[in-house]
Write a protein that binds this ligand. Structure first.
Ligand SMILES: C[S@@+](CC[C@H](N)C(=O)[O-])C[C@H]1O[C@@H](n2cnc3c(N)ncnc32)[C@H](O)[C@@H]1O
Length: 325
């Protein structure tokens, strides 16, 4: 499902510096690390223990929700996450006016709106932590090694997929880095997908608090973002020229059929598979392989590995892989 772009009043946004046709690669190589601030609840949120709340979840209900969450998202939770499940989901019970987790479980199976509610439930469980220029060495590697190699081989457009894009910081970072590299030619496309409806809506708005822009190199910030005024003071927005390079789409990575065009050159799937079991990761990796062009690249998160899988990729850096068809 492709998402329609939301509308925002344009008068609230100042102009960005003009995008020049001359690429300035010095900025890209500055090694800016991912910022500490996040719109999400933190990578470690799945392991946190929450306090008591008004709704009590029994042991067997906990197991039912763990199974349901796994079936629909691939996320693996253990019974120790009982407090987390209870505290994250109680918001949904309140919104729906339900009295117990048992009623909520029935609702998720029998209500006419159950498909939407399953997405809303998973939205509450997922961790959307992300940042502009997170794991900055990946973007250095992209500009110093990957893009020069792709550009010299037979290519017309570089097609990139940010799989598990969260609130948009990763695909917009990619858009800035690629725009810097290609200058006026703009020969790239970015597909950005996530399971979370809320995260995708934030990503499409492309409006962020100024603190979140900290890791963006100043020259890129001046060129690729607009300052907010009046009701938007304290925020910035990604410029339309970059927003239109990114196509957002809702996609569940554990589904077997992805509506993703084959022939991609680069996939970023960082800090997503960490919550999946081996079987789910194995399926995703083989589908990534089919989706990538020969000599394409896969980037994964700093605490992830393909080491336990029969992946048939060649590792070129600790978290960067390529494959030859
Ligand atoms: C921690 S964020 C990572 C964001 C970004 N890739 C980064 O590294 O900064 C994990 C994202 O994975 C998404 N996610 C979790 N399960 C998913 C699934 N089964 N399919 C697609 N996305 C999923 C979550 O909604 C969340 O936005």
């Amino acid at each position: 499902m492709e998402l329609a772009p939301p509308s925002l009043p344009l008068v609230e946004w100042g102009l960005a510096m003009k995008m020049t046709s001359k690429p300035d690669l010095s900025i890209v190589g500055s090694g800016v690390a991912g910022g500490a601030m996040s719109q999400g609840r933190g990578d470690n949120a799945l392991s946190g223990a929450e306090g008591l709340n008004g709704f009590v979840i029994s042991d067997s209900e906990t197991l039912d929700f763990i199974e349901l969450i796994h079936r629909h998202s691939g996320i693996v939770l253990t019974p120790e996450k009982r407090n987390l499940i209870s505290s994250r989901l109680q918001k949904r019970l309140k919104i729906l006016g339900l009295a117990s987790f048992g009623e909520y479980f029935d609702y998720l199976h029998y209500a006419p709106e159950r498909d939407d509610e399953i997405i809303a439930m998973i939205d509450e469980i997922t961790t959307n932590k992300t940042a502009f220029f997170r794991e900055g060495h990946h973007f250095d590697f992209l500009t110093s090694k990957v893009l020069p190699r792709l550009v010299t081989s037979q290519w017309s457009t570089v097609n990139v997929w940010s799989a598990g894009c969260s609130t948009g910081e990763e695909p917009y970072t990619l858009a800035m880095v690629l725009a810097e590299y290609f200058g006026a030619t703009q020969n790239f496309t970015i597909l950005a997908t996530d399971l979370s409806t809320q995260a995708l809506q934030t990503a499409q708005r492309a409006v962020y608090s100024n603190e979140l822009g900290g890791p963006i190199p100043l020259a890129m910030r001046q060129k690729y973002t607009m300052t907010g005024y009046r009701s938007q003071r304290g925020r910035f927005r990604i410029v339309p020229e970059l927003r239109e390079r990114v196509t957002f789409q809702q996609l569940n990575l554990i589904d077997r059929d992805w509506n993703v065009p084959a022939g991609l050159n680069i996939i970023f799937c960082r800090n997503v598979m960490i919550y999946f079991n081996r079987e789910s990761r194995s399926g995703i990796i083989s589908r990534f392989r089919r989706t990538l062009k020969s000599d394409g690249y896969l980037f994964i998160g700093h605490s992830e590995t393909l080491g336990d899988l029969d992946h048939r990729f060649v590792q070129v850096q600790p978290t960067v892989y390529t494959h030859h068809k």
